[in-house]
Write a protein that binds this ligand. Sequence first.
Ligand code: ABN
Length: 188
Amino acid sequence: MIWLERLTEKVSRQVARNTSRRSFLTGLGTLLVGGASVPLLPVARAAGGHGADAGTDRGVAAQTTGVEGDPGDPTTCEYWRHCAMDGFLCSCCGGTQKTCPPGTEMAPMTWIGTCRNPADNKDYIISYNDCCGKTSCGACLCNRNETDKPPYRAFSNNDTNWCLGTSSTLYHCTTAVILGVATKGVEP
Ligand code: ABN
């Protein structure tokens, strides 16, 4: 039975040798492939700068109007004219606070709000004209509702698609155009 013991020993040694080599190769392969794929994994690359030209979390560069008496960044919801803004800011969508992005059309129908300009502490009448003809811009969504009124007072409600009277009713973004200084009138 010695031959059987020898054979068993030989086979056992071979299995042990192959198994350990295989597991070593498996480990090495996993390490190489795993290590090579680490740079391919998705990584959040947040724009973290804080300088005047630094990108914001919204992926839009900070701006100013450059106009004395019109302070603030028109790509933010905090900009004074946006006190009653409900929609995507056209200034983040290829337009400005008062112009539509190329390829869209400004709606003649609009809703009107009143915002205080911190530069002179006066109240201004702001027309929130929607820009129409392309699908929603998707950038810089704001929902501030100062002087907003319920939908039954349609022309004082901002939660409405004002793409009316335009060749397309597709809503893209909203502007904030100054119409004039608000004066205190007498209630009718
Ligand atoms: N006036 C902005 C808007 C457009 C579509 C839907 C809600 C609000």
